[in-house]
Design a protein around this ligand. Structure first.
Ligand code: ADP
Length: 209
């Protein structure tokens, strides 16, 4: 192998990041699938829902600001979540890549994420969009409500969360579709079946560690 090629290979191994967005409506299984994907590919998980709930439980100024929107099922303002994501990316300078779960949720957030990742020369590689019909979503979240202890898992708030998704978040898929990065995945089936569909899209790009 030529010296230049060897250098390129080493450079690629050292610098290649894999950044994935797990996309889908509330209750589509992003959290469950993220956990499985993390252990297979050793990526860093960033869930804005988890980060926000942590801020709320610690009663930080950010948490106090976010709580009202969350309890109503509305989106938290873009500048709040974008700031949170920016710090989280900075806190993890040498990871293999990120799984973004629950973010970006508006076109503004998607543009901001692209800018943050541009600075690292590590763009979004793939957007996996889980598709589940509304009736099934409500059923799943109400079921989860029995054990989740989440204040926003009530029928009225779920309805609002799904509406917010259709009104503001669905456009994010079109944004990434323009860059040809979206694969739509049928989100109905067993956890294992859906996991197999997701990994079939990821494996050609990144090897499990
Ligand atoms: P779900 O996917 O079930 O809606 P999440 O845990 O992702 O749950 O989010 C819970 C709540 O946190 C949302 O309803 C919203 O109020 C807030 N939230 C989470 N991520 C974002 C985001 N990227 N932008 C704005 N608000 C967000």
């Amino acid at each position: 192998m030529c010296l230049g090629c060897l250098f390129l290979q080493i450079y690629h191994a050292l610098h290649f990041m894999f950044n994935l967005i797990l996309f889908g409506p509330p209750g589509s299984g992003k959290g469950t699938q993220s956990a499985n994907l993390l252990s297979k590919y050793k990526l860093q998980h960033i869930s804005t829902g988890d980060l926000l709930r942590d801020e709320v439980s610690r009663k930080t100024p950010l948490g106090l600001e976010a709580k009202k929107s969350m309890d109503e099922g509305a989106l938290v303002p873009d500048e709040v979540v974008i700031g949170m994501i920016s710090s989280k990316i900075d806190e993890n300078p040498s990871v293999r890549g990120f799984i973004f779960d629950g973010f970006p949720r508006t076109k503004q957030q998607a543009i901001a994420l692209d800018q943050l990742l541009d600075a690292k020369k590590a763009p979004i590689n793939l957007v996996l969009a889980l598709e589940v019909p509304d009736v099934e979503l409500t059923k799943r979240i109400l079921n989860r409500a029995l054990t989740s202890g989440r204040a926003d898992d009530t029928e009225e708030v779920i309805k609002k969360r799904v509406e917010e998704y259709r009104a503001k978040t669905e456009v994010v898929a079109s944004y990434y579709e323009e860059a040809n990065k979206v694969k739509r995945i049928n989100g109905e089936g067993s956890v294992e079946e859906i996991f197999a569909l997701l990994t079939a899209e990821i494996d050609p790009i990144i090897l499990p560690e």
